[in-house]
Design a binder for this molecule. Structure first.
Ligand code: TYM
Length: 346
């Protein structure tokens, strides 16, 4: 039996990278015979400083967005992570099993270090220089353990995520293996990632060598699901490309054009090759960009309309989240009982 779990940080309205990398598959995975759990991971969000009022609003906006993207509360449990206390409980138990070295290797943690240091720091350097970790919190270091707990708590077999989450998923698999081996019981299945192809990593419109991200200070770097058609035309119109003639796919030499081709093929559900073919003979970058923008608009407008409709119905959204938490907690509770027994706490 397939059990799906996935999570997203409450960053408000998701961007096109979130949508194409993960959310579009969340809705299509909802099928009879499959149990689906989708969580707004607010406990992960607080690993970085958050303003309480903004956090509350961002959680609501994310819930609305997930519903607008096709998460169906009749088929899935859609819930806030902090409402199901077992996430924290299982994370603590995993904390007591996970070697510290596993976490020091995680790229997300290391990249935060590198930002501080100004260059790529080795694990030894990080341990030797305390000033590197000052200001960063234990929770951030421990982030992947909580993520492993999210997934294993439901005994998820499949996890739809973007490429950037594969290392975290590997840690979840290792955690399942370690737990089962330590207690000589096959409690947790090893979860498998469902990932769109590498070519579907959506990059920043301004700097096409880094991923499209909510933490980029430039609004021009990303397309949000709430953007109007005019804003989408303008953002794509100003996207960084190059001065070569024609449209071709070459991530190394033409990262900007390749990113627009990636986006185009993803929103149209066609392959990169087919996308390149459609632009054969198109020489002006302007025309290319306009067509890409039109395709994005076609895909996003229905989501945007549903988004604004649901924003006017907070009572309904609240009810969906409450029921989702109840459904999730029921399964979580059953699995925690088993865990407590296996490790001797009960
Ligand atoms: P988060 O909130 O950063 O992103 C949510 C999903 O969007 C994908 N994604 C992208 N895909 C393609 N191109 C991009 N530019 C892009 N940016 C983001 C991410 O891969 C992700 O699938 N740690 C997770 C949240 C999490 C989680 C979990 C996920 C917590 N617990 C358990 C799965 C299972 C995160 O920060 O995703």
């Amino acid at each position: 039996k397939r059990v799906i779990f996935s999570g997203i940080q409450p960053t408000g309205i998701p961007h096109l990278g979130n949508y194409l990398g993960a959310l579009s598959s969340w809705s299509s995975l909802q099928q009879p015979g499959t149990t689906t759990f989708y969580s707004i991971v607010d406990l992960h969000a607080i690993t970085m400083p958050q303003d309480p009022d903004i956090l509350r609003q961002s959680k609501f906006d994310m819930a609305v967005s997930l519903l607008a993207c096709g998460v169906d509360p009749k088929q899935s449990a859609l819930f806030e992570q902090s409402r199901v206390a077992a996430h924290s409980e299982l994370a603590w138990i995993f904390n007591c099993l996970t070697p510290v070295g596993w976490l020091g290797r995680m790229t997300q943690w290391k990249s935060k270090m590198d930002q501080k240091r100004g260059h790529v720091a080795s694990h030894a350097e990080i341990l030797a220089d305390e000033s590197l970790t000052t200001g960063l919190k234990m929770g951030l270091f421990d982030y992947p353990v909580l993520q492993a707990a999210d997934i294993l708590l439901y005994k998820a077999t499949h996890v739809p995520v973007g490429q950037d989450q594969l290392q975290h998923l590997e840690l979840a698999r290792d955690t399942a293996k370690l737990f089962n081996k330590t207690f000589k019981k096959n409690v947790f299945p090893k979860p498998i990632a469902i990932t769109p192809p590498e070519s579907q990593r959506v990059m920043s419109l301004r700097q096409p060598t880094v991923k499209m991200s909510k933490s980029d200070p430039s609004e021009q770097s990303r397309i949000n699901l709430s953007d109007t058609p005019e804003v989408i035309q303008s953002k794509i119109g100003r996207a960084t490309t190059d001065s070569l003639v024609g449209v071709s796919y070459d991530k190394r030499e033409r990262p900007g054009v390749s990113n627009l081709l990636t986006i185009y093929s993803a929103v149209r559900d066609i392959s990169i090759e087919e996308a390149v073919k459609e632009f054969e003979g198109v020489e002006s970058t302007k025309q290319f960009k306009e067509q890409v923008a039109d395709a994005v608009i076609d895909r996003i407008v229905p989501i945007r309309n549903e988004l604004s409709r649901l924003q006017g119905d907070p009572g309904y959204v609240r009810q969906v989240l409450d029921e989702g938490a109840e459904k999730a907690a029921e399964v979580a509770h059953k699995h925690m009982e088993e865990v407590y027994k296996v490790i001797g706490l009960k």
